[in-house]
Design a protein around this ligand. Structure first.
Ligand code: 8YV
Length: 330
């Protein structure tokens, strides 16, 4: 029997390609070309499965052009790049890679928070530019992290892992989420207190965004929300571009309406707004929150497990649209 055919849309660990090769006939992209929507639709044609990444939009059109498609397995916890509703209508399974990245992503959220509050990259740039001629009592004064109030918007698994780390810093945690956590989860997350969004923005010394992108979350941090924050506050986004209105954030940072921001994600990344580069009170990283070798390997292995299960008639471990399983019955 011939093996199912898959497309791996971007470069990935060679050992994962080898593993997929045991099960599938693979069209890979180890040269890491960025396909246009048309090229992607063309490459996907006739494939049983897609191994995808958030850098590609997997639209209803791509699905409609490929009636053979049975599974789309994203190497990311976020899946806003995939039209899941269209996939469900077309009977295509969609999976993500939750949990394996929680702790690594939470570590990075802290790296960004510390770097932003304590002006680590800004002062390093200054030092590298040869400007360090004398010490000053007021050189690069930042905000304290210890003993401060951390406000987390999006208290899922990653948000809770971030909150947990604040115990060592003697911080208070407040959070805003679609629904309140149960008491045990709140206790685990440094006795986090559930508050409204505006209250969180007013009270937090550091605002951390850890929620998934959805149309409802689009620009939930814009000019009005930034205006509620303390002028001494920092804003950290490790979630997704589009949650923050980047143009409004640039205005707020330029006017020192808030002290600083740490951003791992951007609208329209990697073509982010170049105005960020002219600001000294922002720490910028290229979407690397989950980028430790063990974690990225675990994410790739998880996506591969999902694809192997899906194309061998099993329910993949991280199926996002279980509605597809009942289609065609009855
Ligand atoms: C990924 C992420 O590294 O999992 C996610 O949703 O944003 C990151 O962990 C990135 O999306 C590439 O797969």
């Amino acid at each position: 029997m011939s093996k199912p055919k898959i497309l791996v849309t971007r470069a990935v660990f060679p050992e994962i390609i080898d593993r997929l090769g045991e099960h599938f006939e693979i069209e890979s992209n180890q040269e890491d070309r960025i396909f246009s929507a048309e090229q992607l639709a063309e490459k996907a044609r006739g494939k049983d499965g897609l191994f995808t990444f958030p850098s590609e939009r997997i639209s209803a059109e791509i699905m409609a052009a490929n009636p053979a498609l049975k599974a789309i397995c994203n190497m990311a916890v976020g899946y806003n790049n995939i039209d899941v509703e269209a996939a469900t209508r077309a009977g295509i399974m969609v999976t993500n890679t939750p949990d394996v990245l929680n702790e690594t992503t939470a570590d990075f959220a802290w790296a960004l928070l510390m770097a932003t509050a304590r002006r680590v990259t800004e002062s390093e740039h200054w030092l590298r530019a040869g400007k360090w001629d004398k010490w000053r009592y007021d050189g690069f004064l930042g905000a304290d992290v210890h003993g401060s109030t951390l406000g987390i918007i999006g208290m899922g698994r990653i948000g809770q892992a971030i909150a947990r780390r604040s115990i060592g810093f003697g911080m208070q945690v407040i959070y805003y989420n679609r629904s309140r956590l149960d008491k045990d989860r709140e206790a685990y997350a440094n006795n986090a207190r559930y508050v409204g969004k505006d209250e969180l923005l007013r009270e937090a010394d550091h605002v951390m965004l850890a929620l998934p992108y959805s149309p409802q979350a689009h620009h939930i941090i814009g000019a009005a929300e930034l205006a509620l924050m303390k002028p001494s506050a920092t804003l950290i986004n490790i979630a997704r571009g589009g949650i923050v209105d980047d143009a409004a954030l640039i205005v707020a940072l330029r006017a020192h309406r808030i002290a600083a921001a740490g951003l791992d994600v951007f609208e329209n990344e990697p073509a982010f707004d170049p105005a960020f580069l002219s600001l000294s009170n922002v720490v910028l990283t290229p979407h690397i929150a989950s980028a430790s070798r063990p974690t990225r390997l675990a994410m790739a292995a998880c996506a591969a497990d999902n694809l192997i299960a899906a194309l061998s008639g099993k329910t993949p471990p991280n199926l996002l649209n279980p509605g597809v399983l009942n289609r065609g019955e009855g």
